[in-house]
Design a protein around this ligand. Structure first.
Ligand SMILES: [Zn+2]
Length: 265
């Protein structure tokens, strides 16, 4: 039996038992190489697409599969989360989820269960006036602060969601909570993208934001039922509590972004 070219372990079959490398290398000729490249790319893509569709249409299914050991079938939870947030960034660039309305002098955001309109404090407005900073200039700074501050939000959201699950579902493993949190946050960002792309029918409580909030609660409930397998009433309460905590966290993030923008000179 030959040894693995990558790590030197004895091969018992096509794939190395220690590092997993395929002992059958890529083809050496041009035609074979094109086929190899195409199948690698489309293979990755079909896996990503399948994972994404499952994430959006089957609440908790990806988490359950991961916990039950089916890990190669779908994209990894971290990968999926990064793709969803990348997509969210793309939409944010076209149609900002968080922005400073210079006419109204307030921060407008749909990044929450209920749209938030946070007015700039009188102190902030006074300080800007003292500095001779106009609102459009401040709006640019605010955009910079949002962009710079976003990665923190991405990590904080997952950490907070995992902590929320850990507090609500005792006796489950940290891995379960972490994977659940990644999938839930990925779904939440996609829901935000959808909300952003749907026409806005007013401000504050619009039919669209009511609908997406209901979808978020329903999804969370179904995912919790499949993954944690607790009673219906208990799960409804936990799903509602989680949505409220999530909205509060986003509100806090938004508020601290304004504070950060004020600090950028
Ligand atoms: Zn090896």
């Amino acid at each position: 039996m030959p040894n693995c070219a990558n790590c030197g372990a004895g091969l018992g079959g096509r794939y190395c038992p220690r590092c997993g490398q395929d002992s059958k290398g890529p083809p050496q000729n041009a035609v074979g190489l094109i086929g190899f490249f195409t199948s690698t790319v489309t293979g990755l893509e079909s896996k990503a697409v399948q994972s994404f569709i499952t994430l959006m249409t089957r609440p908790g299914r990806l988490t359950r599969a991961y916990i039950d050991g089916q890990r190669v079938r779908y994209s990894s939870p971290v990968q999926l989360y990064l793709w969803c947030t990348a997509f969210f960034f793309l939409v944010q660039a076209i149609s900002p989820v968080v922005r400073l309305d210079t006419d109204a002098g307030q921060v407008v955001s749909s990044l929450s269960a209920v749209s938030i309109g946070t007015e700039l404090s009188p102190e902030t407005l006074r300080r800007l006036e003292d500095q001779g900073t106009t609102l459009p200039v401040f709006a640019e700074r605010f955009d910079a602060a949002v962009t710079a501050y976003f990665p923190i939000l991405l990590i904080a959201l997952v950490a907070a969601a995992a902590l929320m699950m850990a507090l609500q579902f005792w006796g489950e493993t940290a891995l379960t909570h972490a994977v659940f949190a990644l999938h839930w946050a990925a779904f939440y960002f996609m829901l935000e993208v959808l909300r952003q792309l749907l026409p806005r029918l007013g401000d504050w409580v619009t039919p669209v934001s009511v609908l997406t909030t209901l979808v978020a609660v329903g999804y969370l409930y179904a995912a919790m039922r499949l993954v944690y397998r607790r009673g219906r009433i208990g799960t409804v309460v936990r799903a509602l509590l989680s949505i409220i905590a999530f909205a509060a966290l986003l509100g806090t993030w938004l508020w601290s972004t304004i504070a950060l923008a004020e600090k950028i000179a």
